[in-house]
Design a protein around this ligand. Structure first.
Ligand SMILES: C[S@@+](CC[C@H](N)C(=O)[O-])C[C@H]1O[C@@H](n2cnc3c(N)ncnc32)[C@H](O)[C@@H]1O
Length: 253
């Protein structure tokens, strides 16, 4: 991704120039069956924070699917204004906010946080690693104990998981998959689920941990076909070796 993706002015200029809503990587429809299995029932009105929402139709599609208790934040003033004008009935659901410093949101507020490609943007900041670590601390802070972070990223599972799992300021239990329903077949989209353990009692920690690893709907099967496609025809060896070679092949692409 371009280094400019870590620049606030870049995003404002980009949104000034564009009038067409755009979903990075995949749409709500692409993800709906996977997401519905991961979200608390819409009838329980879970509070959902969408970080770095941009001008993606995803935010409104989530509401139209019944998840009405949402807040969508982005640090681009231009895009938030456009979203409010585009969807006046959802005006209160959009807010300008820097996700690296969400002071306006109290600790332990949301049942769910959805990060669709903000992580990829933060990795492009100068000091991308530290910035993304900070982002995940901030997300962890605003999640309720037992709350769930769902990350959809252009990066691979093994590149995303450390921001939650190896982050000294957070305690999460996590599962991940690579999505089979990615819009562009040749791009690898990962989905990671982090359940917040901080603040949970022992029974809840045990319960949350027992829910992992999650069996994802629409996860990609690492089939023989994949190995051949990625240039490993006739590969043999342990699943770890095969996964490592698959990941190496992706890096070359
Ligand atoms: C790659 S786009 C993803 C947009 C949308 N989530 C989607 O899936 O289509 C990244 C978005 O993150 C926003 N962003 C970047 N850094 C941010 C920050 N520190 N706080 C809030 N939003 C940020 C950008 O303005 C941009 O809208």
């Amino acid at each position: 991704m371009s280094e400019r993706y870590g620049d606030h002015d870049y995003w404002n200029e980009r949104y000034e120039l564009s009038d067409s809503p755009f979903d990075w990587m995949c749409s709500y429809d692409d993800l709906a069956s996977t997401l519905r299995a991961l979200l608390p029932g819409a009838d329980t009105m879970p509070s959902i924070l969408v970080v770095g929402c941009g001008d993606a139709p995803f935010s409104v599609d989530l509401v139209l699917d019944g998840f009405r208790n949402t807040l969508n934040v982005d640090y681009s003033e231009v895009v938030i204004e456009k979203q409010k004008i585009r969807y006046p009935w959802l005006e209160k659901h959009f807010k300008v906010m820097d996700c690296l410093n969400m002071n306006e949101i109290e600790d332990n507020t949301f049942d769910v946080v959805i990060d669709k490609s903000l992580i990829d943007t933060c990795m492009c900041y100068v000091n991308g690693y530290d910035t993304t670590m900070k982002l995940y601390c901030e997300i962890c802070r605003v999640l309720k104990p037992g709350g769930r972070l769902i990350t959809i990223s252009l990066h691979r599972e093994i590149e995303v998981l450390p921001f939650g799992c190896d982050n000294p300021a957070c305690s999460f239990v996590a599962s991940s998959c690579t999505l089979a329903s990615a819009r562009k077949n040749d791009t690898c989209h990962s989905l990671c689920v982090f359940d917040k353990l901080d603040g949970c009692d022992v029974g809840t920690v045990a319960f949350l941990s027992s829910q992992h690893p999650i069996e994802f709907i629409n996860a990609r099967e690492y089939s023989e076909h994949d190995w051949q496609r990625w240039g490993r025809e006739g590969a043999s060896g342990s699943i770890d070796e095969l996964l490592a070679s698959f990941n190496n092949a992706l890096e070359v692409l």
